[in-house]
Design a protein around this ligand. Structure first.
Ligand SMILES: C[S@@+](CC[C@H](N)C(=O)[O-])C[C@H]1O[C@@H](n2cnc3c(N)ncnc32)[C@H](O)[C@@H]1O
Length: 297
C-alpha cells in the first residue's frame, strides 16, 4: 500500500459491506451495529464520503456486478460471509476462554469495536498500517475514548516485526489466551513474511493462541482480467496464495494444529441452509489454526 495513504482496499471492503446491506437481498448478513459503525468510519474522510456518495448514486450500485466480473467475481458477498464466519469463530474462542483479541491489518472492520463493548473484560487490540489506523481512530474517537479495552497499535509489516512492536507495547498482554484474526491481509505479504508472522506469534503470546485467517485459493478463484492491474495501481499486489487442499500442511509446517476451514460449501451451509441452489464463487476462504490452545475450565 502507499505509505502515506490509508489502504484503498480497506475503503473498498467497507464500501462492499454497505453495498450488501443496502442494495442486495443479503442485507440480513450485516447487522445494524455493523452498518452504523462502517458508515461512521467512512464518513470521517473525503475518500470515505466519496465512497458513500457512490453507494447513494443511481449508477454505481448497478455497476458493481460488472466491476466484480472484471476483478474478482463474488468478492463483495465474500467480504460479508467471511466477516460473519470470523465473528462466529471469535465468539467461540471467547466462549472457550480467550481473554484477548488481536486483529491484524484491521482496516475498517468493525468486529473489535463492536465486541469491545460486548465483552468489557476482554482486551482488544487492532494492529494496522499507521496511515489506515489514523483514519479509523479519528473516525471512532468519541466512541473508542470510552472503551478502555480497545487499543490501536500502528505497525508497518514491511519494515517492522510484529513481535518487536507487541513486546514494546504496554497495551498487549502476553500472558492472556488470545485469538488473532488476519482477514484480507496475508495475500499482500510474501510467503516468507507469512511464515515469519505465524512463527512470531508464539514468541510474544505465551498462553494459547488461535489464529483465524483468510487466504486466497489460486486454483478455484476466477480472477477477472483487471484485478492484478487494479491492485498494482493501488500498490497492494497479490503475493501469497494457498490452495485450500494444501492449507492443513501449511498450518502444520508452521507448527500449528489445523482446526477447520470454511470456503464455499461451509458458507452455504452456514448462511444459506435452505437454499441448496445458491451459487457462490470461491474467493477467500477462512482457516483456523491453534497453537497450545487451552480451553476454558
Ligand atoms: C484488504 S484490507 C483488509 C482490511 C480488513 N482486515 C478487512 O478485511 O476488512 C488490507 C489491510 O491490510 C493493511 N496493510 C496492508 N499493508 C500493510 C503493511 N505493510 N503493514 C500493515 N498493514 C498493512 C491495510 O492497512 C489494510 O487495513
Amino acid at each position: 500500500m502507499k505509505k502515506d495513504q490509508a489502504s484503498s482496499t480497506a475503503f473498498t471492503v467497507a464500501q462492499g459491506v454497505l453495498y450488501i446491506a443496502k442494495h442486495t437481498p443479503h442485507a440480513r448478513l450485516v447487522s445494524d451495529e455493523m452498518k452504523t459503525a462502517t458508515q461512521q468510519i467512512l464518513s470521517a474522510t473525503e475518500e470515505g464520503q466519496r465512497r458513500l456518495r457512490l453507494l447513494q448514486s443511481v449508477i454505481f450500485p448497478r455497476l458493481v456486478p460488472l466491476i466484480e466480473r472484471l476483478t474478482l467475481p463474488g468478492i463483495t458477498l465474500n467480504y460479508v460471509l467471511r466477516k460473519s464466519y470470523i465473528q462466529t469463530c471469535v465468539q467461540q474462542a471467547i466462549d472457550e476462554g480467550a481473554q484477548q483479541v488481536i486483529v491484524l491489518g484491521a482496516g475498517f472492520d468493525t468486529l473489535a469495536f463492536r465486541y469491545a463493548k460486548k465483552y468489557p473484560e476482554v482486551n482488544f487490540i487492532e494492529i494496522d498500517h499507521p496511515a489506515t489506523h489514523i483514519v479509523k481512530r479519528e473516525a471512532l474517537e468519541s466512541a473508542t475514548g470510552q472503551l478502555k479495552n480497545l487499543h490501536f497499535i500502528p505497525v508497518d509489516f514491511t519494515t517492522q516485526r510484529l513481535e518487536d512492536v507487541l513486546s514494546a507495547s504496554p497495551l498487549a498482554q502476553p500472558e492472556l489466551p488470545t485469538v488473532i484474526t488476519i482477514e484480507g491481509v496475508l495475500m499482500y505479504l510474501t510467503v516468507e513474511q507469512v511464515q515469519h508472522l505465524f512463527a512470531s506469534l508464539p514468541i510474544f503470546l505465551h498462553n494459547g493462541r488461535r489464529v483465524v485467517f483468510t487466504a486466497t485459493n489460486p486454483g478455484a478463484t476466477t480472477f477477472g482480467p483487471l484485478l492484478r492491474i487494479y491492485l498494482k495501481l493501488k500498490a497492494e499486489p497479490l503475493k501469497w496464495t494457498c490452495d485450500k487442499n494444501e492449507m492443513e500442511a501449511f498450518v502444520n509446517a508452521a507448527g500449528y494444529e489445523f482446526k477447520q476451514l470454511a470456503g464455499v460449501p461451509e458458507f452455504k451451509e452456514a448462511f444459506f441452509p435452505n437454499d441448496s441452489r445458491r451459487k457462490l464463487n470461491e474467493v477467500e476462504y477462512v482457516a483456523v489454526a491453534d497453537k497450545d490452545w487451552a480451553t476454558a475450565p
